[in-house]
Design a binder for this molecule. Structure first.
Ligand code: ADP
Length: 157
């Protein structure tokens, strides 16, 4: 059976921190589905379609990476996709506390799915979509924080 992982997130926008986690996880799995969460409660800067487009551009030449949207419970999406692994990145102790609760609750909901955590690379620890979003909103240059193939200007309305 294929070793398939789902990497869920808001990715508003997708950063070099996210890119690094996916690239480092590639040798561990046969397929990684980057799952862009659609949360009607959350006001995002970029639409789900735009986020999918940005991420597809980044991994255009990587056959093992798929990009999809999802709604509802992440573990349900994993089941639908036949994915046995959830991939998450850990930056700080704050991330850890949140991820621990989420991971343990997901394990109760879906005992067959394992969450796999990768520690962020040192240089990506401060990179955070919320701050990148603020930089963009205030007209700053976000290019040092997003993958090279993403030209944020193409996505500004
Ligand atoms: P969410 O809304 O689920 O927190 P994010 O888009 O913020 O979605 O993050 C998705 C995943 O990527 C999470 O596991 C998060 O910890 C991880 N992540 C976010 N930024 C970085 C980074 N700079 N380095 C490594 N992992 C990161």
């Amino acid at each position: 059976m294929k070793k398939r992982a789902v990497f869920p997130g808001s990715f508003d926008p997708f950063t070099i921190g996210h890119e690094s986690i996916v690239k480092r996880a590639l040798p561990l799995f046969d397929e990684i589905i980057i799952a862009v969460g659609i949360n009607t409660q959350k006001n995002t800067l970029f639409s789900a379609g735009e986020r999918v487009r940005m991420i597809r551009d980044v991994f255009a030449s990587e056959e093992k990476v798929k990009v999809e949207t999802f709604t509802g419970l992440t573990v349900e999406f994993c089941r639908e996709k036949g994915a046995g692994y959830l991939l998450r990145g850990l930056r700080t102790s704050a991330d850890f506390e949140y991820e621990r609760a989420m991971g343990q609750m997901n394990k109760k909901l879906a005992p067959g799915i394992e969450t796999v955590f990768l520690l962020t690379s040192t240089e990506h620890t401060p990179i955070n979509s919320t701050i990148v979003r603020d930089i963009i909103k205030m007209g700053g240059d976000a290019s040092p924080f997003v993958p090279e193939s993403i030209n944020i200007k193409d996505y500004l309305h």
